[in-house]
Design a protein around this ligand. Sequence first.
Ligand code: UT7
Length: 329
Amino acid sequence: MKFQGVKIAGTGSYVPEKVLTNEDLSEIVDTSDEWIFTRTGIKERHIAADDQFTSDLSSEAAKEALENAGIKAEDLQLIIVATLSPDKTFPNTASLVQNKIGAPNAACFSMEAGCTGFVYGLEVGAGMIASGLYKNALIIGAEKLSSVVDWTDRTTCVLFGDGAGAAILTATDVENNKYLGSDLGSNGEQHDILHIPGGGCAVPFSQEAKDQKLLTLQMNGKEVFKHAVNGMSVSAKKALDQSGLSIDEIDWVVAHQANVRIINAVGQKVGVPTEKVYINVDRFGNTSAASVPIAFNEMRQKGLLKRGQKILFVAFGGGLTWGASVVEY
Ligand code: UT7
């Protein structure tokens, strides 16, 4: 084995066509555009069609990322899909994506680290490439959260949206490594402040579980808010330390898009000016594992990213999990 460096060679994203605005939501539950926007910064989110699944959203994002990287699906040796809303509990969604995009040479697995999924996926993919055994990896964060949200619960259903984002990681010489630092963590003691209680072996699917609303997402918003601000700030600082860079040397912070108030609080704690923090939660809501790669790809599409810039990814989610990574684009 010969150790290798890693770089992001391309990105892609996809959100479904249908847009659900705050006004639309106020016809479904007792809420208002004013409440949602003031508390979260969200104006609208995209919702997948009934016959459009996480693997479909993933495949569209993957195709754009492959094109952007200039490599063929056959050249992929690894596909990781981070998601908490897989097409099926088994088999894994990455294998379904492999089939849809035609990538027969890829090892495939899905992973679940809540909204931190993409940042965890980057770390796993980068580590596997660094081992010298893989050259091209496709890392996807994708969700059809509309399928796991309780549409009668105004405290959660207004927050989430569907979508997918992807990045192609490729091997480079060790001297040209662009994966500069990272930090991942978890606090399982708080596993039940943001979770879907049923559908697994602890509370299998049943009509009773459905009636008791155990098959949809439940959250203690206030608690999650506090942990999110703290977890993301600490993790961002640790990843920066690891990279040897100061926050002033970072060109862009791409944070998990859960709530603009959380993102701003993290920015303040880490000491980054607001103009370096990208925000698109207003148009997509919280797309969990998809939010960081959707934001990153949108920045590329808008021409905001230049090769050589230093990027700080940071995310937080159920588990609890958190993570940050520093890359040179
Ligand atoms: O990806 C990571 C996962 N999630 C997050 O990061 C979310 C973290 N948490 C949050 O972003 C915030 O806690 C929320 C946006 C979820 C809630 O904001 P908040 O400022 O913590 O509001 P709250 O839960 O304290 O609710 C305040 C009031 C309550 O009414 P009372 O008890 O004061 O009369 C709620 O019942 O707002 C009410 N409320 C609503 N009103 C209108 C809750 N949801 C809604 C709603 N529309 N959708």
